[in-house]
Design a protein. Structure first.
Length: 349
């Protein structure tokens, strides 16, 4: 049996997770999978009621007894500093050591792409974003706050171990998925210490994969190339903050935030899957949010759990929904969240 924790979270996270869970239950039934879904109410309401993001011991419980966690989205205007979100999401990323943030950028239909003359085969790459180091480690400080002499520092660290494991994961993925080029992106021309380590480790790990082309772009050149020639890219590996930014550009290339799924992964251990988008509070509860990012995230999770056939069936169902315009308004259809989810469910099995 594989236990899956479901955390719908806040805003449209709740709307899209309802559809994602329908799809997951359908795949579980049709492909006779061993999945047991357990729903949790963690999110803004729970935090406002209890003052707790994740209860003590919950992380350990996920680590020991769960195969994966599925999260809708977090974010609520009543908690402007996102304290609950940081505790839950960043807490899991760091405490469960989910060092791979895997974000596929795959265009399902050319009408969703904002670039002129680019077709589905031109936009098909994956980004491996390092997820536990870099500037997001929350180290630094503020001196003389609010005065004209104020000083703020924001520290960033990279470890050889951390850089090596994400780069190796990118090469291993390329090799096992028939991809022939891995692109590393950094800002080593100015960040002479941290990103120099990335340069050296990329060259070293790359030696283990002679059959794979090693490619490099400074991040400013990378974003231009992503727009001009997205077909160049197959697998991109980069550090935490740069990866955060370039994957939002990637999401737009594939049709917007409503189409982008992601995994926060530690191979062989409990991992976390979530659509890239946030809780979009103004859309919440209106049956308007696009559930396809959440459903594509289900496919990624099924693949991670060792059910590639079920994952492929979910992806094919989403492809059909897009091709037949059985989708929400943001991607050119006129269905509601629920109706789009129903269409996808009906295509499985
Ligand atoms: N991983 C997460 O949980 C996560 C990620 C990003 C933002 N947030 C939080 O979400 C809240 C809102 O943030 P935001 O407005 O910057 O980002 P957002 O992703 O929630 O929404 C930005 C805009 O993108 C569009 N959009 C996003 N998802 C969509 C979908 N499924 N279907 C159709 N359109 C969609 C909407 O137009 C929306 O206004 C904030 O509290 C923020 O902190 C959470």
């Amino acid at each position: 049996m594989q236990k899956i924790a479901i955390i719908p979270g806040d805003g449209i996270g709740i709307d899209v997770t309802r559809e994602a869970v329908k799809v997951l239950r359908r795949a579980n039934e049709v492909f006779k999978l061993p999945l047991e879904l357990v729903e949790f109410e963690f999110g803004a309401d729970y935090y406002l009621k209890t003052g707790i993001g994740l209860p003590p011991g919950q992380m350990e419980e996920f680590r020991k007894n769960y195969a994966a966690v599925y999260l809708g989205a977090l974010g609520d205007p009543r908690i402007p500093d996102m304290r609950h979100g940081r505790e839950i999401l960043l807490g899991m990323r760091f405490d469960l050591d989910l060092y791979i943030n895997l974000r596929p950028v795959k265009l399902l239909n050319e009408r969703l792409c904002p670039l002129k003359d680019k077709t589905a085969k031109d936009v098909d790459f994956v980004v491996f974003r390092e997820n536990t180091e870099g500037p997001y480690i929350n180290a630094g400080g503020i001196l003389k706050k609010g005065t004209p002499d104020e000083v703020a520092t924001q520290e960033s660290y990279y470890t050889r171990k951390g850089v090596e494991r994400i780069i190796r994961a990118a090469f291993a993925y390329a090799k096992s998925h028939g991809r022939t080029r891995v692109t590393m992106s950094d800002k080593s021309n100015v960040l002479r210490y941290g990103h120099d380590l990335w340069q050296r480790v990329f060259a070293k790990v790359g030696e283990e994969y002679p059959e794979i082309e090693k490619d490099h772009f400074f991040v400013d050149a990378l974003v231009m190339k992503m727009v001009k020639n997205p077909e160049h890219f197959q697998v991109i590996v980069t550090e935490n903050m740069l990866g955060d930014i370039i994957t939002d550009l990637g999401a737009i290339l594939q049709g917007g935030l409503g189409m982008a799924g992601s995994g926060n992964i530690h191979p062989g251990q409990v991992s976390l899957f979530e659509p890239v988008h946030g809780s979009a509070p103004s859309m919440a509860g209106k049956n308007k949010a696009n559930p396809l990012a959440a459903i594509l995230t289900v496919a990624m999770m099924l693949d991670f759990l060792g059910h590639p056939q079920a994952a492929a069936a979910v992806e094919a169902a989403v492809q059909k929904a897009v091709d037949e315009k059985q989708v929400t308004a943001d991607v050119g259809g006129n269905l509601g969240t629920k109706e789009c989810g129903d269409f996808v469910v009906a295509q499985i099995g």
